[in-house]
Design a protein around this ligand. Structure first.
Ligand code: NDP
Length: 492
C-alpha cells in the first residue's frame, strides 16, 4: 500500500484533520505494512452527524428488511471474490497463520449471510390481553446510531459480528477497528461502498482508543455502544456511556477453565487442551487458559501435553508450515513475558516455553514458545489474571465438587470446557459453571446461530444468533383499539 489509508465518513474516503498518520506493523518481522490516517474526536463527531442524518432524515430506518438483506448478500459475494487477498492481508496485519485467517474470512462471510437471512424473518409478536377491545402487538425497531469498537485478535471477524446484525436490523454505524490492525476493516468498507450502502449509513473512523474510542462511547448522538476487548477498557467505556444512558453491550476477557476428568480419553483431551490455549497464539477471549486436571492423571497427561506443545511449529503466519504465529506487538509480547517472570516469582513450575524466539528471521518478530506452568495455587496472579497469550496454567482437583469450585473461582465467566465420557457428570458440571459459552468433549467451536457472551466480569449482553440481533433492536408495544369510541374515564 503506497497511499495513506483513509477513513470512510459520510460516503467519502477522508484523511483526518489531525494531519497525523500511524504506521501499521507486521508482527512477524517488524516491517511497516502501511500508513493510515490518525483520526480524532472531531472525526468521530463528523461520522456520528452523518450516521444521525442517514438514520433520522435520509430514510435508512425505513428501508425494507429485504433491501438491507440484499446489500448484506452483496457484501458476501464480494468477500467471496476477495477471499484470498483478504486472508493474506489479515495474516500480514495480525500475524495469525493463513489457515486461521481462512477460517476467519469464511466465518465473516457466514455471519453476513446469516444476518441477511435474519433481517427477512418474522420478529414481531401479538398478545392476547384481558381487554377484548384491544389487540396488542410488539414490533422490533432499530436503535439508531450504533458505535462499535473492536480489538486486534480477530479484526475482520469481530467487525462482522458487530456490523452484520446492526445493519440487518436497520441501524447506522460508526465503527472503530484496533489501531494495530485496521487494514481488513478498510477493505471491508471499500466493499460496503462498492455494493452501494447509502451515504452516512456505514462510517469507519481510525485512531486510538483513548481519543476515537472514548468519543464514540461518550458522544450523545450515539444510541448504543458495542465493544469487544479488555475488561478494564470495558469499564471505562461503560462510564463514558452514562452521559446519555446509551445502550451498551460488552464482550470482555476471560480466564476460562478446561476441566479434564480421569476417565477422559487422554489423547483427545490433550489435543483439545492445546487447541484451547494455543490457537491464535492464545490471544482469544474464550481461551482455555486454565487446565483443571484430575490429580490421578496429572503425570501422564502433562508428559504428553508438554511433548506435543514443544512440537508446535511457531513461525510467520504467511508460511503454510506455521501452526502458531507471532504475538500482536512487541509491547504485548513483553507483557506476556512479564507474566512468565511473575509465575517464576510466585513459585509455579515452568514446564515448557517461557521465552521469546530469537533465532534467525524470527528474531525480527514477536514470537514466543507455547508456555505451560504447573504447581500453581489459586491465589497466584498467573491463575487469576488474563494473560492473553500462549500461556497455560495447570490446576489439579480430586473431586467433582472441587473441580466446580475451582472452575468458578474467578472474576470472569466467559467460557469453559469439560472432558469426560460420562454424560451425566459432564452435564452436572456444565450446569454449575458460571459461564456463558461451554463445551463438552470439545473446545472452541463457535457458530453464528448460537449466542456468544459472558457471565460476571466477562461482559454484558450477547452477540450472534437471534440474541445478537435483538441487541440491535428496540422493542415497541402497539395497542390497537378494535372499537374506537369514548374512553368513559371522566363523566363530564
Ligand atoms: P483494549 O481493550 O484496550 O482494546 C480494544 C479496543 O478498544 C481497541 O479498538 C482499542 O483502541 C479500544 N479502546 C482502548 N481504550 C479505549 C477507551 N478508553 N475508550 C474506548 N475504546 C478504547 O485491548 P488491548 O489491545 O489494549 O489489550 C489489553 C488486554 O485486553 C489484553 O491483554 C487482553 O487481556 C484484553 N483483550 C481482550 C480481548 C477480548 O476479545 N476479550 C481482545 C483484546 C484484548 P486501540 O486502537 O487504541 O487499541
Amino acid at each position: 500500500m503506497s497511499d495513506i489509508g483513509r477513513m470512510y465518513i459520510d460516503g467519502e474516503w477522508v484523511l483526518s484533520g489531525s494531519g497525523e498518520t500511524r504506521e501499521v506493523i507486521n508482527p512477524a518481522d517488524g516491517s511497516i505494512l502501511a500508513s493510515v490516517t490518525e483520526g480524532t474526536a472531531d472525526d468521530v463527531k463528523k461520522a456520528v452527524a452523518a450516521a444521525r442524518r442517514a438514520f433520522d432524515k435520509d430514510g435508512w430506518q425505513d428501508t425494507t428488511p429485504h433491501e438491507r438483506a440484499a446489500l448484506l448478500r452483496a457484501v458476501c459475494t464480494k468477500l467471496e471474490r476477495d477471499r484470498e487477498p483478504l486472508l493474506k492481508l489479515e495474516t500480514l496485519d495480525n500475524g495469525k497463520p493463513l489457515r486461521e485467517t481462512g477460517y476467519d474470512v469464511d466465518d465473516t462471510i457466514g455471519c453476513f449471510r446469516y444476518y441477511a437471512g435474519m433481517a427477512e424473518k418474522p420478529t414481531g409478536q401479538t398478545f392476547s390481553v384481558p381487554d377484548p377491545n384491544i389487540q396488542t402487538m410488539v414490533v422490533r425497531e432499530p436503535i439508531g446510531v450504533c458505535g462499535q469498537i473492536v480489538p486486534w485478535n480477530y479484526p475482520l471477524l469481530m467487525a462482522a459480528w458487530k456490523l452484520a446484525p446492526a445493519l440487518a436490523a436497520g441501524n447506522t454505524v460508526v465503527f472503530k477497528p484496533s489501531e494495530l490492525t485496521p487494514l481488513s476493516a478498510i477493505r471491508l468498507f471499500e466493499i460496503f461502498e462498492e455494493v452501494g450502502f447509502p451515504k452516512g449509513v456505514v462510517n469507519l473512523v481510525l485512531g486510538a482508543g483513548a481519543t476515537v474510542g472514548h468519543e464514540i462511547a461518550a458522544n450523545h448522538g450515539v444510541d448504543k455502544v458495542a465493544f469487544t476487548g479488555g475488561t478494564k477498557t470495558g469499564r471505562s467505556i461503560m462510564q463514558a456511556a452514562t452521559g446519555n444512558l446509551k445502550g451498551i453491550s460488552l464482550e470482555l476477557g476471560g480466564k476460562s477453565p478446561n476441566i479434564v476428568f480421569a476417565d477422559a480419553d487422554l489423547e483427545s483431551a490433550v489435543d483439545y487442551a492445546l487447541f484451547a490455549i494455543f490457537c491464535n497464539q492464545g490471544q482469544v477471549c474464550s481461551a482455555g487458559s486454565r487446565l483443571l486436571l484430575e490429580e490421578s492423571i496429572q503425570d501422564a497427561f502433562l508428559a504428553r501435553l508438554v511433548e506435543r506443545a514443544n512440537k508446535i511449529r511457531v513461525g510467520p503466519g504467511s508460511s503454510p508450515a506455521s501452526e502458531m504465529g507471532p504475538l500482536i506487538s512487541e509491547s504485548h509480547l513483553n507483557r506476556v513475558l512479564a507474566y512468565v517472570e511473575i509465575g517464576r516469582q510466585e513459585g509455579a513450575t515452568l514446564l515448557c516455553g517461557g521465552n521469546r524466539l530469537t533465532e534467525g528471521e524470527l528474531g525480527k518478530g514477536w514470537f514466543m514458545r507455547p508456555t505451560i506452568f504447573t504447581d500453581t495455587t489459586p491465589d497466584m496472579r498467573i491463575v487469576k489474571e488474563e494473560v492473553f497469550g500462549p500461556f497455560l496454567v495447570v490446576q489439579t482437583f480430586r473431586t467433582e465438587a472441587e473441580a466446580i469450585e475451582m472452575a468458578n473461582d474467578t472474576e470472569y465467566g466467559l467460557a469453559g470446557g469439560v472432558f469426560t465420557p460420562d454424560g451425566a457428570k459432564a452435564m452436572r458440571v456444565i450446569r454449575k459453571l458460571r459461564a456463558g459459552i461451554t463445551w463438552i468433549n470439545t473446545y472452541n467451536p463457535t457458530f453464528n446461530e448460537a449466542p456468544w457472551g459472558g457471565y460476571k466480569q466477562s461482559g454484558i449482553g450477547r452477540e450472534l444468533g437471534t440474541f445478537g440481533y435483538e441487541e440491535y433492536t428496540e422493542v415497541k408495544q402497539i395497542n390497537l383499539n378494535l372499537n374506537p369510541g369514548m374512553s368513559g374515564w371522566f363523566e363530564f
